[in-house]
Ligand binder design. Sequence first.
Ligand code: NAP
Length: 287
Amino acid sequence: MQSRTVLITGCSSGIGRAAALGLKKRNWRVFATARKKEDVRELKKLGFESHSLDVSDSKSIKEAVDWLLEETGGTLDALINNAGYGQSGAVEDLSREILRKQFEVNVFGLQELTNRLIPVFRRQRRGRIVNISSVSGRISLPYSGAYSASKYALEALSDALRNEVRSDGIRVSLIEPGVIRTKFNEKAQGYFLPIKEKRTSHHYKSYQKISQGRQKELPLRVPPPEVVVKRIIHALESSRPRARYLVAKEAYLFIILKRILPDNLIDFAIRQRMKKYRTKQSHLIKK
Ligand code: NAP
């Protein structure tokens, strides 16, 4: 039997890398893409068909899609939109440029790539689109406003798209993980840097504490990316893929609490949890 084909974004590490390996084992023909040339080379060494794809760059999206369709003869069974990063910082410190960059990667680029592939799926009258969202697409915590906004946007686009393409045989699923053991936090530090170092920020001291906290090891209970891959496989292979898949216990807990508790109680609990990061912003007080 001919292998089914899947294009995955962001395979240099974490969930994308684990999905590529997991699906290859299940006899999928995996087109594993990454942003950097050295990661593409490494993916090729691992036996993948690979091409560079930076989702924030329209030219890169077009080139990757042209390459893919050339390789497959114009067909594709599934797309996994995994590439993404988390921008930290208080909402008041998010410049227009920083906020735009977050959306360019997590939303605009993702959607541009998807839109290039929908006609292929429609022609075949079948196709699966799996969007890696986050529990942050359902609940927005302090200092994660940019990331949450991008994932809320992804949830909204996916919910609309799901019912626009269903009658063409195209199925759209959202995966909503809680914290997963990947390089996500480590890479987030780089994006955080310009905000973290803004000494004039009201939140400067909290930022230093957050940053220190991020350098600590994740607790042992934090699951590996393979738990996300399980849900991805269901979304790709089941005859009845779900609209959304929550992953990790804390993700379920968040969503249940959000459903049953009033906003002011949720806000109170969030503020209590954030207390450890709050400090008197004394560096801003002129002596
Ligand atoms: P990760 O190890 O940091 O992987 C993120 C991947 O996205 C990397 O391959 C990264 O490439 C790629 N990427 C970033 N910007 C890109 C761009 N402009 N174009 C193409 N690729 C780009 O983190 P991860 O946890 O596996 O994250 C994968 C997805 O899961 C993300 O969408 C994230 O929001 C979501 N998620 C993660 C968690 C978690 O706790 N880990 C929880 C919920 C949701 P580079 O190596 O080149 O930066």
